[in-house]
Each structure stands twice: as structure tokens, then as C-alpha cells.
Design a binder for this molecule. Structure first.
Ligand code: AHR
Length: 651
């Protein structure tokens, strides 16, 4: 294998390998967003989701959600509890998100709004319950007398670590108590930020050194109907006023059905921008283009005047949106992210605590949509955005399956759009592992002019797409690695790529496989995670040509190769999809003053069914070795079923 270090080719974009985040599999509420109370504000269509009454014999006479005299008119529902007699057992329990993960000695802040319209309940007895109801932390929360709402707070410090704790609130006395905005939030968050994120999960993201963060999805963007589409404006501002919504993945169409899934939007667009900044990733929001999911309702917003009409700063509520509404949302988002403090939406960002712009450069328009309805909405949308923000890169969607006719049609029509309206086409590939190995050369002969490619969602599904038995095996990850050598080799065309989905809760997922799995306390990266990490950390700066022995083709006999320059280093990625070791002769042709020792990062397992788990999080993880070179040449033996990243410095 000869790597032409003296012939650097296309630049590898800084955005090459990034992240796809969607609130699927409890990725946000119950995952990255660490609020422990489920349904804290009683605003869902099923207002008592997550709560259970403690009847205290017959002592509890009221357990009801009401709206008269609310604490916050923007979030009008609250819970009324009334005990006819004093009981040690009259109150409520919140079960959290498949339990609440709490750690010994750490602090958890309970906040709530309360009032005492009648009777003599002077305190709430607050307990964090562990195994079989054993108390992990207990405290009494005094309830001031009176019919006015009061904000109350206390800190709980569990005596033990437990993944499935519950919060128990008991009335101390007889009488009526109203509760709202009941929150239990860990003090320890990512960089200690209030309303901050779960640190171990953010760290796993940061460790991937991602080039971009795509959010908020996925199908979440579209909604099953337009009424439950993602509306970014309703996810910013005061957290207490953000209205929750049933999650689009709360559906029998998912690989697995979880009927209790909702979105609180505590993690909203401001927090996504902050997260992008924290992990050094370019933010890439995907917006709705006036179409609900084409698989579900295919509901369309009328085209309207096909241009922005609403005044700047207009904050549309649940309405009958036309395409203009969606265009205005996009323009307002750019102003929110990048505008000065003097602009209406820029001022909203500043008020939320981020005076500096977020420097948003990319915007996705629709997700997995195709056909004439998409194209006739895309064009006026793109024209309006480009007219006001010509430098913003627009990402258009293509149909869902790369082998489908709709996909080819969408891609063809997008390529025919007026110049400059489509910067990147978002292609998705969910397929069996062999598809990835067989299509590693997908972009080798792709047109070099026109829109670039954003490989916005991909993952190998060993049991076929949609099968709940799919596992994150080494077979899947190694096949993705083979495919990624083709992405890297064609970095002039493929400018961004992200595995999907990103997160899954082991007790509450709807889709598998996924990149990172977690429970309420711990998390681990799958073999696919380490493949992503090796490519991302070693993405380099320029593609280098690779020459194989005469007659051999990349991908032949299970050998896949790509190479990049990384400053003065040469990095070669080799996939050996074979059960036997494979000796290779490496010639780093043209590398000036090559070092005598190189570094090898090896991800290998002879058993293709190998997986990581909460118990064995690094069963399969890269091992670092060194290897010898003589004048830029080396004999190297690739392990059976392995991804090897060889790095050689120029001295
Ligand atoms: O990644 C899961 C789903 O797969 C995404 O929401 C959607 O875009 C795709 O069909």
C-alpha cells in the first residue's frame, strides 16, 4: 500500500465528523437533560403522567389537576392534594424517568411552587426513596400559611447511590395543598451550569471532538402532524413557561413502544447552541419547511405568499401556519443566534445570558422529505434565507433510503435547483452491515460540482432496519468503518457525516442500534462510538492518495484503506474485514524525514458479535501500540476483523 504523502489532495473539512442529536430513546428528558421529576408541571394531555397518589388509607380526598388561580398563566395546570385527616401516608410519588439516578453525598435541589388554600398542613415531608422504599434522604419543607403561591426550595443529600430512586411528598397534617413546577435537579451539572446537562453524557460527546452538532432531529422536526412539529420559539426563554408535548417517538411505529414519552423542552434551542459551543461543534439546527412527516400524515402547510410576511419578532402560537410562518421562523432563528442585542431576537438571546453571537453558519431545511411538495417549499424557503443571509449554508433533505426511487429523484431535483440554493444534501443510510461494506465506494464517482453531501444519519442494522433485535455489534461498527474510509477519501464531496441516533436509555428506548447507551447513573460508548472517535480524532487536514498493488481495488477481499495528512503527520486507516490476520507493506511515499516509530490505534475483535455494555463499557476500545518504520516503509500485520489507524510523524 503506497500513500502519496507528497500529493496532498482535498482539504478535510473541520466539520467532517459530527453528531446527530434527536430526542429519541429518552435522549433529552431522562438522559442529557437531568431533571429527575417526570412531568413537573402537569401540562401534558395526561396531566398526572409520572405521578401516583398515596391514599393514606382513605385520608387523601383530593388528587386532581386544576387550572383555577394558577401560579403561572403560561403553565396553568397544577396539582391539588387534600387530606381529610392527618396521615403518615397521604401524598404523591413521582417515579422519575424509569426511576431517578442519585449519587451518595451529592446535592439535589428540590424546588416547587406551593400554597395552602385551606386546613392545617404545615409541612411537606419529602423523602427520596431507595430500594424497597428505604429512605435515601429525608427533609421537612415548611409550607407558609395562605392562599398565595410561594416558591420553596430544599436540598437533599442521598446517603447511598441508587439508579431507581423515587420522590415522595407527604402532607403533614389535614388540609389542602396546591403544588406546581415540582423539580428535583442535580447540583452537579456540566460545568456547573444552572439548568445544565448531565456531565458524563456531555463528556462522551466532547471526547468525540465533533465537528458539528445537528439538532433537534430527525423526525422530531417534522411532527406526525404539523400541530406536533418542533417549534424552536416555544423552547426558549424561561424554563417554567416552556410547554411540554407528547414525544413524536411515543408511537407504535417505533421499533419499541414506550407510551410515557414526552418532551419538556428544558433542553431547548438556547441550550443546544450552548452545548455546541461547549463541545467545540458547529451548531446545525434542522427546521421544518411546512411539512409533517411524509410517512405519517404528510400534512402540508399551504404555500402562502411564499415570502416572509410576519413582522420581525412575531412569536406565532399554535396556529394554521403557512409556508411564510416557517420562513419567518428560520429568519428569526438566524437573528436569535447571530443578531445584535438591538434586534428583537438577538435581544432574546442576550436576555438568556449569551451576549456574544452563536455564529450559526448552517441551517437544515426539512428532514427525510422528498417529491414535488418538498421542492416547491424548499425553493422559496431557501431564496428567502439566502436573500437575507447569503453566507448561511443550507442543508436540504433527501428521501429516506439511498436505494429508493424517491431518494434518487429528490437528489436529482435538488441538484437542478438554481445555483447557490442547495449547499449540502442530507443523505441517510440505515441498512444491513454488508450494505456499508458494499457501498464504501459510493462517492468515488460522484459529481464533483454542485451541492456537497451531508451524510446526516447512518448506522448498520445487523437484523435489518426496524428490527427491535438490532444490537450494537462489532460487525455493524466495522462495516461502518469500511464505509467511512470512503467518506474520508471523498472529503471534497462529503463535508459532514454523523451516526444516528446518538443516545439510548437502556430501559426506555424506541430505536436500536444507537451510539451511546446509558442508565440513570452510567453510560458507555458502543463499538460504533470508538469507530467514530478514531475517525474524528484522526480526521487530518488533507486527503492523501492511496495506491494499491496492481489490479487490487479498495474494498476487495475485505481490505478498505484511506489516508490523510494531519499537519506534518501521515495517518492511514485500514479496515480488515476478514477472519484472518493480514500482512501489509506500507510505503509512505514522499513523507519527508519519516519517524522511525509510528503509533497504531487498533480496534479489533475476532468475534463479530462483540458488544460493549454497562458492565463492560470498554470491552472493545482502541488499544495503542507502536510500530517500526525504515525510511517510511513498514511491514504491518492487521489483526482479524480490525480497524487500525496508523500515524507517522515527519521529524
Ligand atoms: O434516527 C432515527 C430516525 O431515523 C430519524 O428521526 C429519522 O430522520 C430517520 O428515519
Amino acid at each position: 500500500i503506497t500513500v502519496r504523502a507528497d500529493q496532498p489532495g482535498a482539504a478535510v473539512p473541520k466539520t467532517m465528523f459530527g453528531l446527530f442529536f434527536e430526542d429519541i430513546n429518552f435522549a433529552a428528558d431522562g438522559g442529557l437533560y437531568p431533571e429527575l421529576v417526570k412531568n413537573k408541571s402537569f401540562e401534558l394531555p395526561e396531566p398526572l403522567l409520572g405521578w401516583r397518589a398515596l391514599r393514606g388509607g382513605a385520608a387523601l380526598e383530593a388528587y386532581q389537576v386544576r387550572t383555577d388561580g394558577p401560579a403561572n398563566p403560561a403553565s396553568p395546570h397544577y396539582l391539588r392534594l387534600a387530606a381529610r385527616t392527618a396521615s403518615p401516608d397521604a401524598g404523591v410519588i413521582n417515579d422519575g424517568f424509569r426511576g431517578m439516578g442519585v449519587k451518595q453525598g451529592e446535592e439535589y435541589t428540590l424546588t416547587l411552587l406551593a400554597r395552602r388554600p385551606a386546613g392545617d398542613v404545615r409541612r411537606l415531608r419529602v423523602t427520596l426513596e431507595g430500594d424497597k422504599g428505604a429512605p435515601l434522604a429525608e427533609a421537612a419543607l415548611p409550607l407558609p400559611a395562605g392562599a398565595e403561591w410561594q416558591p420553596l426550595t430544599l436540598t437533599l443529600r442521598p446517603a447511598a447511590t441508587f439508579a431507581k430512586a423515587r420522590l415522595r411528598l407527604v402532607l403533614d397534617g389535614a388540609g389542602t395543598v396546591d403544588l406546581d413546577a415540582v423539580s428535583l435537579y442535580p447540583k452537579t451539572t456540566w460545568i456547573g451550569r444552572p439548568n445544565g446537562l448531565r456531565p458524563d453524557l456531555v463528556q462522551l460527546l466532547k471526547d468525540l471532538k465533533p465537528g458539528f452538532l445537528r439538532f433537534p432531529g430527525g423526525c422530531i422536526v417534522e411532527g406526525r402532524t404539523l400541530s406536533n412539529r418542533y417549534q424552536w420559539k416555544q423552547t426558549i426563554g424561561e424554563v417554567a413557561s416552556r410547554q411540554p408535548m407528547i414525544n413524536r417517538w411515543n408511537t407504535e411505529f417505533a421499533h419499541r413502544f414506550t407510551p410515557d414519552y414526552y418532551q419538556s423542552f428544558g433542553l431547548g434551542f438556547f441550550e443546544y447552541f450552548q452545548l455546541s459551543e461547549d463541545i467545540g461543534a458547529e451548531p446545525l439546527p434542522i427546521l421544518n419547511v411546512g411539512m409533517a412527516c411524509q410517512y405519517n400524515s404528510a400534512e402540508l402547510a399551504p404555500l402562502g405568499a411564499a415570502g416572509p410576511s410576519a413582522p420581525a419578532g412575531h412569536d406565532h402560537a399554535q396556529d394554521d401556519p403557512t409556508l411564510d410562518t416557517f420562513i419567518q421562523d428560520a429568519l428569526d432563528l438566524l437573528e436569535f443566534a447571530n443578531g445584535p442585542a438591538t434586534s428583537p431576537w438577538g435581544a432574546r438571546r442576550v436576555a438568556m445570558g449569551h451576549p456574544a453571537p452563536f455564529n450559526l453558519k448552517y441551517l437544515g431545511v426539512g428532514n427525510e422529505q422528498w417529491g414535488p411538495q418538498y421542492l416547491e417549499r424548499y425553493e422559496p424557503f431557501a431564496k428567502a434565507v439566502k436573500a437575507k443571509y447569503p453566507r448561511v449554508q443550507l442543508v436540504s433533505s433527501a428521501g429516506p433510503s439511498p436505494d429508493g426511487a424517491s431518494f434518487d429523484l429528490a437528489t436529482k431535483r435538488l441538484r437542478e435547483m438554481p445555483a447557490g440554493l442547495v449547499d449540502l444534501i442530507d443523505e441517510h443510510y440505515y441498512a444491513r452491515p454488508e450494505w456499508f461494506r458494499e457501498h464504501a465506494g459510493r462517492y468515488d464517482n460522484y459529481p464533483r460540482t454542485g451541492p456537497k453531501i451531508f451524510a446526516g444519519e447512518y448506522a448498520a442494522h445487523p437484523q435489518g432496519v426496524g428490527n427491535a433485535k438490532n444490537r450494537n455489534t462489532w460487525d455493524a461498527a466495522l462495516s461502518e468503518a469500511a464505509f467511512m474510509t470512503g467518506l474520508e477519501r471523498n472529503a471534497d464531496v462529503v463535508q459532514m457525516a454523523s451516526y444516528a441516533p446518538l443516545f439510548a436509555h437502556v430501559d426506555a428506548w424506541q430505536w436500536a442500534p444507537d451510539l451511546i447507551w446509558f442508565d440513570n447513573l452510567q453510560a458507555y460508548g458502543t463499538p460504533s462510538y470508538y469507530v467514530q472517535q478514531l475517525f474524528s480524532l484522526h480526521k487530518g487536514t488533507r486527503v492523501l492518495p492511496v495506491q494499491l498493488p496492481a489490479g487490487a481495488k479498495n474494498g476487495q477481499d475485505g481490505l478498505y484503506v484511506s489516508a490523510v495528512a494531519d499537519g506534518n503527520d501521515v495517518v492511514v486507516k485500514l479496515v480488515n474485514y476478514a477472519a484472518t490476520p493480514r500482512p501489509v507493506q506500507l510505503d509512505l511515499n514522499g513523507l519527508k524525514r519519516p519517524a522511525k516509530t509510528g503509533q497504531a490505534q487498533v480496534l479489533a475483535a475476532a468475534d463479530l458479535q462483540t458488544e460493549n455494555s454497562l458492565q463492560e463499557p470498554r470491552k472493545l476500545a482502541p488499544a495503542v501500540q507502536s510500530f517500526a518504520l525504515k525510511e517510511g516503509r513498514a511491514s504491518y500485520r492487521l489483526a482479524p476483523y480490525s480497524l487500525t489507524v496508523l500515524r507517522v510523524a515527519s521529524q
